[in-house]
Design a protein around this ligand. Structure first.
Ligand SMILES: Cc1cc2nc3c(=O)[nH]c(=O)nc-3n(C[C@H](O)[C@H](O)[C@H](O)COP(=O)(O)OP(=O)(O)OC[C@H]3O[C@@H](n4cnc5c(N)ncnc54)[C@H](O)[C@@H]3O)c2cc1C
Length: 373
């Protein structure tokens, strides 16, 4: 009879794989349930690039999965945010004494590195279906079926916005600058890719559902013309370099992050536990912070406690829920402020951006909070 697992991780996304690699190093027997691709189907490559902070970088480096090539993890040295009436907010890495404000990481490259590392880690068993274990960690993303199976309430607040993501080739180099435009309730982000000298960007355009559908169906040339206008021609002529994909946006959090069934203990991590607006590029950073905290709690447990010890798992839940609180309040305010149309909201946005730009301390605090310094 096969030996029972210590940990069964359900979901082989970035959160699940990173956790599997870290727990395997703790000499735990880890099973990783990876959803098999549909027979004959070639999964489409993710067109996104993630802004990852220093804590995420250090965690991924610790499992040797941070992309070695700078072209796949472009350091952002400057960040510029424009309001709809000419107001501006600027951040600079040198003001924070850091080599970068954040890193823009090519998602398929990171996923491939993690998949390779899992393949060569003998302590991880890749499974097609869940197996009994003392602790089940649910990392199945926002639509987790195991979370529903365990009867966990997932409080969802739709933002009534969709994010359209794609990759763009630009006439001018990005100069290691991340750019964001807030206009008419829409948010457009240009994330620099291809290394310091690169001239490609990953874009995320948060717009209404109807606008997302329209933009997705436009002819590439027309789409790029609209994009050039929305980005005030900052990077010159733009060319579409990938397909356009759309995600509905929501804020969500599970009411309970840990518990027990008759088969063993469980915890949630990553998007299965919480969803935030991509506006501040924090979703995966938060998921990796869950991974770091769960690993820390399990690593530091007293010798008489098992990996399924309730006290231990509640400690993880409490710490991570507290970590979410501050960010949540800030994100809600920003989303509310920036996703509204109308004169009054526009004036408030401008006033807010100018105020932050002039207030050295608040600006510095905001930057450090977002970058996790
Ligand atoms: C447009 C957009 C831009 C974003 N930009 C950023 C950014 O710049 N920075 C940032 O930090 N975050 C960003 N995010 C958020 C980020 O995408 C998520 O937070 C992150 O992908 C969550 O990772 P995860 O591993 O928890 O979940 P997922 O990536 O959803 O992975 C879950 C995995 O579990 C698998 N699975 C699902 N159900 C089952 C099952 N029943 N059994 C087995 N496996 C299952 C899935 O196939 C998948 O492989 C962005 C999100 C969007 C939509």
């Amino acid at each position: 009879m096969p030996q029972a697992l210590d940990i069964c991780i359900r979901g082989g996304g970035i959160v699940g794989r990173t956790l599997a690699l870290l727990l395997a190093r703790e000499r735990l027997r880890v099973g990783l349930v990876d959803q098999p691709a549909l027979a004959g189907a070639q999964p489409a490559a993710d067109v996104r690039a993630y802004a990852l902070n220093r804590a995420s970088r250090e965690l991924l480096e610790s499992v040797r999965c941070w992309p070695a090539d700078e072209a796949a993890a472009t350091p952002v040295r400057h960040m510029q945010v424009w309001g709809d009436r000419g107001s501006e907010l600027n951040f600079d890495a040198s003001e924070l004494g850091s080599p970068a404000l954040t890193w823009i990481v090519d998602v398929p490259v990171l996923e491939a590195r993690l998949a390779d590392a899992v393949r060569y880690q003998p302590q991880i068993e890749v499974l097609g279906t869940p197996a009994p274990a003392r602790l089940t960690v649910v990392c199945e993303g926002r639509a987790s079926s195991t979370r529903a199976e365990f009867g966990v309430d997932f409080e969802v607040m739709p933002y009534h916005q969709h994010a359209l993501a794609t990759r763009i080739q630009c006439e001018k180099p990005h100069d290691q600058m991340a750019r964001q435009w807030f206009a008419h309730g829409e948010i457009l982000a240009f994330l620099p890719m291809g290394g310091a000298q690169g001239n490609s960007v990953a874009i995320v355009w948060s717009v209404s559902a109807e606008q997302a559908a329209r933009l997705q169906q436009l002819e590439p040339v027309e789409f790029c013309r609209e994009l050039e206008n929305a980005s005030t021609h900052t990077l010159g002529q733009l060319t579409l370099a990938s397909e356009r994909r759309v995600w509905p946006l929501q804020k969500a959090q599970a009411r309970q992050w840990s518990g027990r069934t008759k088969d063993g203990a469980w915890v949630l991590a990553g998007d299965a536990a919480h969803n935030v607006h991509p506006l501040a590029g924090q979703g995966l950073n938060l998921g990796l912070a869950d991974v770091a905290e769960l690993t820390r709690v399990l690593h530091g447990r007293e010798y008489w406690r098992g990996v399924d010890d309730e006290k231990l798992l509640r400690r993880y839940e409490r710490t991570r829920k507290a970590g979410m609180l501050a960010l949540d309040a800030g994100m809600d305010g920003l989303q509310l402020l920036f996703a509204r149309e109308g004169e009054a909201w526009g004036a408030l946005r401008n006033w807010g951006l100018q105020g932050v730009e002039r207030s050295g301390l608040l600006k510095n605090w905001l930057a450090r909070r977002a970058m996790n310094f």
